[in-house]
Each structure stands twice: as structure tokens, then as C-alpha cells.
Ligand binder design. Structure first.
Ligand code: HEM
Length: 391
């Protein structure tokens, strides 16, 4: 099957609701050429088996910086981290960085997560209503990851603002400004951590640079990745998950009635409206043969995790939310060597948040027509700009 000559733009209607288009592409097995923000075109993979194959294939590289340089684009700032590396360097960088986010077990952070959630939910309950995005989904993950990495509480708002500018890319100038500002901020903080190390993730990374295990650029890029990936994703799990429960009252009721469903519910919410809609971009170093199409060597590939997680070949009745679904080996955290490093932290936050929503706010309901809700302007993450509720 041949890809269309002119790339399809992943525009606003796709961002608001990609599922009908993804179902059509999955149905035909087509791997269409799509155009992303910034004018890069990539082949989009949306069947579950194809997605898994691409994410696991040694013929698909994550070192896309090399390919971008060939196109005359310099994307080096803050990008020398594991997510842009291939084996064996990828594994080395990942092993060095992992203890910065999960020293020991993620469960060690349970008391911190519970304290933050209790404070946020108390405030929502007192006011009788809230924007669940601004008042819960955004603050929890950023407060947690800043605490883990050792970003001072007084700088959280600054870091959050810059990171949101990066996700909702309104143009190259804005992205360059936000990247430059984050770069400057993190560089200064890492110097301070190297001088006076604390018991935190950034101090651990700064130590790698001092000991020559990572270059200063790798440390800076890794700090950025952990900070960014640590919250922009989980925010969308909380927002999308809350919306899914609020628009499926019978499922929310099941969760309230049977707390044992919580673990399954979080996996189903991750599958049903995946917080990271597309994996980061990849590049083929050899031809990749998929179920009904092929991607030649030397092309960018984009894997639709949202599409794969609604594949009818994998999940019976995939458009139905069913928090009791037991077979949910989904791809919301990716697959293969780059599988999410922070998945245990993300799940922990999901468990604490959805338990609190189910049991602390029994009258929680949407304050607006769900058709009026707006999605964030991103083809990487899938999230809501706001979620007004009453309780
Ligand atoms: C619901 C929340 C989250 C979702 C849905 C999610 C999703 C993902 C996905 C899909 C990938 C693979 C991307 C690719 O292959 O292109 C990934 C990688 C990664 N995630 Fe997460 N993530 C979440 C939370 C977190 C958290 C809390 C952290 C903590 C720092 C984190 C850190 C990372 C890192 C470091 C990588 C790169 C791994 C590598 O390249 O080896 N993520 N995540």
C-alpha cells in the first residue's frame, strides 16, 4: 500500500478527537504520512502490533537529532538524554538517571503524595467546586517531581510556566525562549547542587558530572527530561481520567462501591484516553515491515499510543470504558527499551488521586457540558485545558 503523497496535517480537529481518524487508519492498515508542528513529516502507526513492533525494533532509532541535523535543524539544547539515545548509550544513561527519580521503591513516596492530595482535595471540598485541571491535575505532579528532584518550592511556578509553554507550542520563538530560560535556570541550580549536594535527584545527577560519568550537557538534559516527563504526563492522566469517570457515571459508581477495582481502573483510564497520545519521534535505519504496510529506511515514524490502545484486535469493544477490564496490557507507558522510567510514580499518583475523588468527593460532577471542553494544543500529550466541577 502506498502512502498519500501529501502529508495529512495533525490539526485541531485531530487534537480535539483523534479516535475516529485513528480507527479509520487502523481499519485500512494504512501508515499515512502526517505533518507535525514544525513541518516535519512522519509515517503514523496506529495498530497495536505495529506500534509494539516499532517501539521494540532495533531498525528504529531514537537518535533523531542526527536526522534533524541533516535537515539543517539544530535541536541540541536540552536533548542529550536517554530518550534521544540508542543502545548501548541509552542503557548507560538510563541506569545512571533512574535513582534520581526512584531511589528504592516508588511506594516510598506514598506519604508525600497522600499529603499533597489531601491538601488539594480539602481545598476543593471547602469551595464546593473547582477546575480539576488547575486545582489538582497540575499541582500534584509538579509539586511531587520538584520535591523528588530538589527544585525549591519557591521556583515551582516558574518551572511550571516554562514547561507549559513548551508543550503548547505556539511557535518556534516561544519554544526557543522557554527552552533558553529552562536551560539557564537548571544550569544554575545544578551548579548550586554540585557545591552543596542534598538528598535529592538533581544532586545525584550533578555528582555524575563531577565524577565524569556524564557530561555536563547530559546532566542538564537529563534533569530537564525528568522534570518535564515527570509532570506534563501525569497531569493528563488525572484530567483525562477524571473526565472519563465523570462522563461514565456507572463506572464511577462501581469504583466507589468496590475499592478493589482501583488498580484495574487506573490501567483502564491510561488505556482509554492515553495521557501521552504519541510516542516521541523515531527514525528508521532499515525498512520496517508492518501488518499491512511498510516504512522504508530513513523515514521519521510516529507511534500513536492512543490509537494502539483502542485497537479492536487487542481490546474487545475498545471504545467502551470498563474499569473492570482485566486484560489491559496497554501501551500508555510505551514499550521496549524506552518504556516509561516513571511509570511506578505515575501509577502511585493515579491510585491516590482516583481513590480520593471516589471517596472524599461523593457528589463530584461536571459543571459544564463535556462537548465544550478543550484539549491542550499538542500532538505529544493529550490533556484538557480545564475541567470545571462541582462537589
Ligand atoms: C501517566 C503518566 C506518564 C505517562 C503516560 C508516561 C508515558 C511515557 C511514555 C509513552 C514514554 C516512552 C516515550 C517513547 O518511547 O517515545 C515515557 C518515557 C519516559 N518517562 Fe514517562 N510517563 C508518565 C510519567 C512519568 C513520570 C512521573 C516520570 C518521572 C520522571 C517519567 C519519566 C520518563 C522518562 C525518563 C522516560 C524516558 C525513558 C527512556 O528513554 O528510556 N514519566 N513515558
Amino acid at each position: 500500500m502506498r502512502a498519500p503523497e501529501h502529508p495529512t496535517l495533525l490539526g485541531d480537529s485531530y487534537i480535539q478527537d483523534p479516535y475516529p481518524q485513528l480507527a479509520a487508519w487502523r481499519g485500512s492498515g494504512e501508515v499515512p504520512l502526517v505533518r507535525l508542528q514544525y513541518g516535519i513529516s512522519a509515517r503514523l502507526v496506529s495498530r497495536f502490533d505495529d506500534a509494539q513492533l516499532v517501539l521494540d525494533s532495533p531498525a528504529v532509532s531514537k537518535d533523531v537529532r542526527r536526522a534533524l541535523r541533516l535537515l539543517g535543524r539544530d535541536d541540541d539544547v536540552l536533548s542529550e538524554h536517554m530518550l534521544n539515545a540508542d543502545p548501548p548509550e541509552h542503557g548507560r544513561l538510563r541506569r545512571l538517571a533512574a535513582p534520581a527519580v526512584v531511589r528504592g521503591r516508588a511506594a516510598a513516596w506514598t506519604p508525600v503524595v497522600e499529603r499533597i492530595v489531601t491538601g488539594l482535595v480539602d481545598r476543593i471540598a471547602e469551595r464546593g467546586g473547582a477546575d480539576l485541571v488547575a486545582d489538582l491535575a497540575i499541582p500534584l505532579p509538579i509539586l511531587l517531581i520538584c520535591r523528588i528532584l530538589g527544585v525549591p518550592r519557591s521556583d515551582v511556578e516558574l518551572v511550571l510556566g516554562l514547561s507549559r509553554e513548551l508543550v503548547e507550542q505556539s511557535g518556534p520563538e516561544q519554544v526557543a525562549r522557554a527552552t533558553g530560560a529552562l536551560n539557564a535556570y537548571l544550569s544554575e541550580l545544578l551548579v548550586a547542587k554540585a557545591r552543596r549536594p542534598g538528598d535529592d535527584g538533581l544532586s545525584l545527577l550533578a555528582g555524575h558530572s563531577a565524577a565524569g560519568r556524564m557530561t555536563a550537557t547530559q546532566v542538564l538534559s537529563t534533569a530537564f527530561l525528568l522534570l518535564f516527563a515527570g509532570h506534563e504526563t501525569t497531569t493528563n492522566l488525572i484530567g483525562n481520567g477524571a473526565l472519563a469517570l465523570l462522563t461514565h457515571a456507572e463506572q464511577f459508581h462501581r469504583l466507589r462501591a468496590d475499592p478493589a477495582l482501583l488498580v484495574h481502573a487506573v490501567e483502564e483510564l491510561l488505556r482509554y484516553d492515553s495521557p501521552v497520545s504519541h510516542a516521541t519521534i523515531r527514525y528508521t535505519t532499515a525498512e520496517v515491515r508492518l501488518s499491512a504496510d511498510r516504512v522504508p529506511r530513513g523515514r521519521f515514524v510516529l507511534v500513536s499510543l492512543a490509537g494502539a490502545n483502542r485497537d479492536e484486535r487487542r481490546f474487545p469493544d475498545p471504545d467502551r470504558l470498563d474499569i473492570g477490564r482485566v486484560h489491559h496490557r496497554h501501551l500508555a507507558f510505551g514499550d521496549g527499551p524506552h518504556t516509561c522510567l516513571g511509570a511506578p510514580l505515575a501509577r502511585l499518583q493515579g491510585h491516590v488521586v482516583f481513590r480520593a475523588l471516589a471517596h472524599r468527593l461523593p457528589r463530584l460532577s461536571l459543571a459544564v457540558d463535556p462537548a465544550t471542553l478543550v484539549r491542550r494544543n499538542s500532538t505529544l500529550v493529550r490533556g484538557l485545558t480545564s475541567l470545571p466541577v462541582t462537589c
